[in-house]
Design a protein around this ligand. Structure first.
Ligand SMILES: Nc1ncnc2c1ncn2[C@@H]1O[C@H](COP(=O)(O)OP(=O)(O)OP(=O)(O)O)[C@@H](O)[C@H]1O
Ligand SMILES: [Mg+2]
Length: 503
């Protein structure tokens, strides 16, 4: 045991204690997650035949169109390449493929923030029903000691596939912020480490076998020691990455300048270096001309870029597209907000005018659809705070609400409070009260001056009106401003008038 501990770089006592605890707990053996044998031991063809897949690119595009606005080029590229990748796996493995190797359609997505990169891949993985893992390139370090180890992604895929290695081997791994592991731009620590991460990823993207137990995960290493003691043999369960599809993405700021330089070089020679950097709008168009050599100039190893034969460029979203996102009944932005309010029993509705204004505002922020969430939150936050404690069952977000949320909330609370008073008055005295505009204006002033809600204020001001109005046989009564300013005198006048008329 001690030799084993030493091999594992562990203190023998720690290992002994751990094993003793494990033996106690091992009245029941630990649950096995894995049912399939180690990769490569399945009878040939099983995995391929077990994979049910017959989706066609256009069907996938139609599915994506329901959720993702714009980005038609990226949709077409992604849907086609993903479908082909998985459909191709249905073909029986043949010797020729073994010989010439398998060229995978790993994808590089370039696009600014919040335009649908992650969204598209998530939707595709969901539709295809394959396990999916997402990570940020910034969290990896070359050695795996400081940050994560790129191989952890494959292990995570196995977890996503509920331990089914067979399914994990056909999963999708999505790595965001890939531009942060480009070497030339020295912003995140030493470059050696970043090119090291690129090289590690390279191996995964090509084909390699990953042990499902991490060398850095002591508990799982110990478990394997335990298992060896129990069964007498070391089981090595591995995942082959040959059919795992890799998608990497990033904003690649500054790439347009590299492309512009290349294009200018081609056209007008050395004088081009004096050219100013391209305008942002022009930049977006330039990015769609990105080539492998530009990405190498950006700071990627050419072997790394070589494993990413498919490039999909996503465009910035204009305000009309943002509006379309909001109008889409499947828009998660609106649905999420409706659910927030529904949690308090409040139904939320938006007028189209309000949506237009919101999308224009979001467009100014240039953070894509992410800005929509921000602008909506900004408008609705105070409603979300106040409405749950006053029983208002619904909120209609109109243009006015977007333009002046604070004022609109004050109005809403004012009218709600007043109508509660009127309803109570009707119930108690059988008299329907009405407040014409002049009275509302006066009441608003008084509520501000006395710092009381209308319901409380009216209860005080009109305390004698229930009895008084019944006396003068009123079933409906329009409250004038003079009633609010001089309630007692006005009521006396009314009663006097009534009896005078009767005489
Ligand atoms: N084109 C789009 N159509 C509809 N909804 C979108 C679109 N783009 C983004 N969204 C919405 O915005 C959210 C955020 O988008 P997403 O996560 O895809 O951004 P991203 O492009 O990955 O940005 P980042 O680079 O910041 O990660 C999505 O969950 C989705 O609700
Ligand atoms: Mg993303």
């Amino acid at each position: 045991m001690d030799i084993r501990a030493e091999k594992m770089g562990l203190d023998p006592d720690t290992l002994r204690q751990f094993l003793a605890r494990q033996y106690q707990a091992a009245a029941q053996p630990p649950p096995e997650v894995q049912t399939a044998g180690p990769a490569g031991t399945d009878p040939p063809g099983t995995l391929r035949e077990g994979l049910e897949f017959d989706l066609k690119p256009e069907e996938l595009i139609t599915y994506l169109d329901q959720y993702v606005i714009g980005q038609s080029e990226a949709k077409a590229i992604l849907a086609t390449k993903f479908c082909t990748h998985f459909n191709r796996l249905r073909l029986p493995a043949d010797d020729e493929e073994e010989l010439v190797g398998n060229i995978k359609n790993n994808v590089l997505m370039i696009g600014p923030t919040g335009v649908g990169k992650t969204f598209l891949i998530k939707l595709i993985a969901r539709r295809l029903g394959v396990p999916f893992v997402k990570a940020d390139a910034t969290k990896f370090s070359e050695t795996g000691y400081v940050g994560g180890d790129v191989e952890d992604l494959v292990r995570e895929l196995v977890r996503e596939a509920a331990g089914d290695i067979g399914r994990a081997q056909y999963g999708i791994i999505y790595i965001d912020e890939i531009d942060k592991i480009a070497t030339s731009r020295n912003t995140y620590g030493p470059d050696v480490s970043r090119s090291g991460v690129q090289r590690n990823l390279l191996k995964l993207m090509e084909e390699t076998e990953v042990d499902i137990r991490s060398p850095h995960d002591i508990a799982s290493q110990m478990e394997s020691v335990l298992q060896m003691q129990r069964t007498g043999k070391a089981e090595r369960r591995k995942v082959n990455t040959r059919h795992i599809l890799f998608v990497v993405s990033g904003a690649f700021s500054g790439l347009e300048e590299i492309i512009a330089r290349r294009l200018n070089r081609g056209q007008i020679g050395f004088r081009a270096s004096a050219q100013p950097p391209p305008e942002p709008a022009e930049g977006a168009r330039l990015v769609s001309k990105a080539r492998a050599e530009d990405l190498v100039a950006y700071g990627f190893e050419s072997e790394f870029i070589g494993r990413l034969p498919i490039i999909a460029v996503l465009d910035e979203l204009g305000w009309t597209e943002l509006l379309e996102i909001l109008r889409n009944p499947k828009s998660s932005v609106i649905l999420a907000k409706k659910r927030d309010f529904l949690a308090y029993g409040i139904t939320l509705e938006f007028t189209d005018e309000a949506l237009q204004l919101l999308s224009q505002r979001a467009g100014e922020e240039r953070t894509g659809a992410r800005a929509l969430v921000g602008v909506i939150e900004k408008v609705l936050l105070h409603f979300e705070r106040r409405l749950p404690s006053v029983d208002i069952p619904s909120l209609k977000v109109t243009r006015e609400v977007v333009e002046d949320p604070t004022g609109s909330l004050r109005e809403l609370l004012f009218h709600h409070s007043l109508s509660r008073f009127c309803a109570g008055f009707l119930a108690a005295h059988g008299i329907r009260l009405e407040f014409p505009p002049a009275a509302l204006a006066a009441l608003r002033q008084l509520t501000l001056a006395r710092d009381l809600p209308p319901e409380e204020l009216c209860r005080q001001l009109l305390a004698d009106y229930g009895h008084g109005l019944r006396l003068i046989e009123q079933r409906e009564f329009a409250v004038g401003p003079q009633v609010l300013h001089h309630p007692q005198e006005t009521l006396n006048e009314l009663i006097k008038e009534f009896y005078n008329r009767r005489r």
